[in-house]
Design a protein around this ligand. Structure first.
Ligand code: PLP
Length: 402
């Protein structure tokens, strides 16, 4: 049946894409912002200027180098501001994954410490695959399990802490179901029960959406990424609390105070700084905008698909995960795409593999196979939501009939 569906719909799709080219400007409805975002025009303009005009190496001692170094420090201040941190606590990396790996390996490979790591079963693969590698090196890892809503219990962390715990690494906000982890309570308990342990928070999905508070959370490290907030791909940052010493992943030219050698990616860094500046200024307004879009989506789903089931109690309005039983998500995605609507079936990094997050929530195959993740940015409009709902209505009717 699916083969027939694909044959029919991909030929439809082919014809559809021809029509689309003819129509030229059918508007795109991109609702996959947890995967990545468009670069903000202001950030793109700065990146372009740095690439073509102000392209000096920040380590050069001539005027162009000094100018590049000044831009680097301006961006560092902008990123530090959105992280409520000091500029000296910000290290630029190539992405969120590298920031996370730097924190986890750095914390765990400190000499003479314990061999126990605590994380959760709903982390991004950047964390999960890093701790799995450490397991192979002899570390023991406790994976805290979520409940059916995608929440992690504070009491589970309390029970997991041991005298040899070296690191707690967990996310601030889940990229697939939008739950927020109780990082404030986690930090408090960790520092009380295991003062020797370090605390890393993967805040990639929280940055520019909710306030980041390293001091309040007792965080030693916080990873963030540019491409989720309107900066280009290929730039991230790691907050390292003042006084925390870890070894870098690589050695080289000593850039970033030795924590991340290699000539700094000044166009990306300047653009990341600018995106942080803009998004910090608009944080509250953007949150309200996205909250309204989310409410519109939920009202539409309640009215038009009362049989749909939400996956997780999303605390963030930016990420909504919902299953349409009877409709395989990969097929539904294709139908939506024919309407120029782009959502996803889960993490972009999982590339179509069944979601480990939904599996950890024990939701069952049917629900996992029919799950869609819809993720908003402030640039979305009520029209995007209406077009999505119409496309979903058409797609689900056809798929449920077949
Ligand atoms: N952590 C979370 C929660 C994410 O959603 C992502 C990206 O999807 C990452 C880490 C990895 O970030 P990057 O793509 O910058 O490596």
């Amino acid at each position: 049946m699916w083969v027939r569906f694909f044959v029919v719909h991909f030929s439809d799709r082919e014809a559809g894409s021809q029509n689309m080219k003819k129509e030229h400007k059918k508007r795109m409805h991109y609702l996959d912002h947890a995967a990545t975002t468009a670069v903000l025009p202001e950030a793109a303009a700065i990146a372009c200027r740095v690439m073509t005009e102000q392209f000096g190496n920040p380590s050069s001692v001539h005027r162009m180098g000094i100018e590049a170094s000044g831009m680097l420090e301006t961006a560092r201040k902008q990123v530090a501001a959105i992280l409520s941190a000091a500029p000296s606590e910000v290290t630029f990396t190539s992405c969120g994954t590298e920031a996370t790996a730097t924190a986890i390996y750095g914390a765990c490979r400190r000499k003479g410490r314990g061999k126990h790591i605590i994380t959760t079963a709903i982390e991004h693969s950047a964390t999960l695959n890093t701790v799995r590698q450490l397991e192979q090196e002899g570390f023991e890892v406790t994976y805290l399990q979520p409940d059916a809503d995608g929440h992690i219990a504070v009491s589970d962390l309390r029970d997991a802490i041991r005298p040899d715990t070296v690191l707690l690494t967990c996310m601030l906000a889940n990229n697939e179901v939008g739950t927020i982890l109780p990082v404030k309570e986690f930090g408090k308990i960790l520092k009380k029960k295991a003062p020797q342990a370090l605390f890393h928070i993967d805040a990639v999905q929280g940055l520019a959406r909710i306030p980041i508070k390293p001091k309040l959370w007792n965080a030693d490290f916080i990873s963030v990424s540019g491409h989720k907030i309107g900066a280009p791909k290929g730039i991230g940052a790691l907050y390292i609390r003042k006084g925390v010493r870890i070894a870098p992943l690589m050695v080289g030219g000593g850039q970033e105070r030795g924590m991340r050698p290699g000539t700094e990616a000044t166009p990306n860094i300047a653009a990341f700084g600018e995106a942080c500046r803009i998004r910090q200024e608009q944080l509250e307004d953007n949150y309200a905008k996205v909250e309204a879009l989310c409410a519109q989506l939920e009202a539409g789903i309640a009215q038009r698909f009362p049989w749909a089931v939400y996956n997780g109690k999303h605390d963030m309005p930016h990420v909504v995960n919902v299953s349409f039983p009877g409709c395989k998500s990969e097929v539904l995605l294709r139908v939506l795409e024919m309407h120029e609507v782009y959502v996803s079936s889960g993490s972009a990094c999982a590339k179509g593999k069944a979601s480990h997050v939904l599996a950890a929530m024990q939701l069952g195959h049917e629900r996992i196979d029919s799950a869609l993740r819809i993720s908003f940015a402030p640039s979305n409009t009520p029209e995007d939501v209406e077009v999505l709902l119409d496309a979903l209505e058409e797609g689900t009717k056809r798929l449920r009939r077949e």
